[in-house]
Design a binder for this molecule. Structure first.
Ligand code: NDP
Length: 444
């Protein structure tokens, strides 16, 4: 980096001890160097300096009472990163690893992802260091109510519209929505991922995983002359994204042979039985290790990183950031894997991405390939504004169109800037240009 190195230095100085945020910004700035060279007007308008600084960051106390009557305190976050092209939009994550740097990395990525969908949505992200694991329903409800008591002051259907992420699914959205409605005395589309009888969109639950497969199917056909038909697929995670990526990959003719959670992974050479996984993870909320009790041909291995040593054609990391490192990438390449699509946000380390690029592996970055979730959230917002619901087929068809278009715009931008097939570069540039032009037009 030459022209943008001072922007990066400033980010590191201003945001010390936030390695994930530095990693996300560095990747984007490296792609944008060529844009800065060709278009000095963005430098003159200070777009790069402005885009790396959130418009607003809110940090708040979340006090709640556990089942033993003891007071617990967590920390809540909402980072409203950029609203140049629409209201802030991005999920809420409940996980003990959450801190301001993680939320900032996610919020920053969200700006470009939301722009890529073609829908009018700005970038934001939120969460808490609350650990939902092992908590009762009552504890989850009291926590969500306390979290929303503060968050409600900062969001609104035309201001900021949060959604789910790790640890936040339909149940949590329900408790938060109920509290917002009580506090504000209004029924508006302030959250997405809502239940179907109270403003939710059909296909939102499936959207990120399905969208990932639509993106990869188009990318594999165009760039490799291949498809999911007959492919062996390894998927990490067993949450919302992983489950519905498995479902769509199977529908498209693939054999998914592995899934994981934060304790370990299962390998089922006969093909994962998704009904069992849904029962364990969505209904019983238990560990993926339970799977082998029902399917003795499958094996369970403690620890997460070994999943990338399983032979496959296509790998879809769908758990969390930096879960796939250089060693994992080398193992995948050695076993003949030709396509990697990120369902999670930033699951591949920079070292892993380099290995994929150097070995001609089709690599789809999360901000393009997992944008189906937020795109369908955007469609939920449209339906809420119209007070009308589309059918599953209508939403699914729009999702598919959006994912194919994202692939085409990332691919076209990569070609235009002289690095055909580099979807990292293409997605960063295509996502950036729309936001940068809006920022420039709107003045400092
Ligand atoms: P869920 O909470 O439903 O599932 C997360 C899965 O990842 C679980 O299997 C979890 O295992 C595993 N996991 C979480 N943390 C770790 C860790 N530190 N190491 C290993 N495994 C871990 O979340 P989602 O499926 O919604 O989200 C998964 C990823 O996809 C995240 O990166 C998220 O930001 C991204 N994403 C989600 C979207 C959505 O619509 N939900 C949209 C776009 C991106 P365990 O149960 O043991 O914690």
């Amino acid at each position: 980096m030459k022209l943008l190195s001072n922007v990066m230095e400033q980010v590191i100085k201003r945001n010390p001890n936030e390695p994930e945020f530095h990693q996300a910004v560095k990747e984007v700035l490296e792609s944008l160097e060529i844009v800065a060279e060709k278009n000095p007007e963005y430098l003159n308008a200070g777009i790069f300096d402005r885009i790396v600084e959130p418009e607003r960051q809110i940090i708040f106390r979340v006090p709640w009472v556990d089942d033993n009557g003891k007071v617990q305190v967590n920390r809540g976050f909402r980072v409203q990163f950029n609203s140049a092209i629409g209201p802030y939009k991005g999920g809420i994550r409940f996980h003990p690893s959450v801190n301001v740097g993680i939320i900032k990395f996610l919020g920053f990525e969200q700006i470009f992802k939301n722009s890529l969908t073609g829908l009018p949505m700005g970038g934001g992200k939120g969460g808490s260091d609350f650990d939902p694991k092992g908590k009762s329903d009552g504890e989850i409800m009291r926590f969500c109510q306390s979290f929303m008591t503060e968050l409600s002051k900062h969001i609104g259907p035309d201001t900021d519209v949060p959604a789910g992420d790790i640890g936040v699914g339909g149940r949590e959205i329900g408790y938060m929505y109920g509290m917002y409605r009580k506090i504000r005395n209004e029924f508006t589309g302030v959250l997405t991922g809502k239940g179907l009888t109270w403003g939710g969109s059909l296909a939102r639950t499936e959207a990120t995983g399905y969208g990932l497969c639509y993106f990869m199917d188009e990318a594999m056909k165009t760039m490799k002359g291949k498809s999911f038909e007959g492919a062996t697929v390894v998927i990490s995670g067993s949450g919302n994204v992983a489950i519905y990526a498995t479902e769509k990959a199977q529908q498209l003719g693939a054999k998914v042979v592995a899934l994981s959670d934060s304790n370990g992974y299962i390998h089922d050479p006969d093909g994962v039985k998704l009904d069992t996984v849904k029962q364990i993870k969505e209904v019983e909320r238990k560990r993926i290790s339970e799977y082998v009790k029902y399917h003795p041909n499958a094996t369970y291995t403690e620890g997460c990183s070994g999943i990338w040593t399983i032979k496959c054609d296509v790998a879809l990391p769908c758990a969390t950031q930096n879960e796939l490192d250089e060693n994992g990438a080398k193992a995948l390449v050695a076993n003949g894997c030709y396509a990697v699509g990120e369902g999670a946000n930033m699951p591949s380390t920079p070292g892993a991405i380099e290995v994929f690029m150097n070995n001609g592996v089709l690599f789809a970055p999360g901000k393009a390939s997992n944008a189906g979730g937020v795109a369908t959230s955007g469609l939920e917002m449209c339906q809420n504004s119209m007070r009308y619901s589309w059918t599953f087929e209508e939403v699914d068809a729009k999702l598919k169109d959006i994912m194919v278009n994202i692939f085409r715009s990332a691919s076209a931008a990569a070609k235009e800037y002289g690095q055909e097939n580099n979807l990292v570069l293409g997605a960063n540039i295509a996502g950036f240009l729309k936001v940068a032009n809006a920022m420039k037009a709107q003045g400092v």
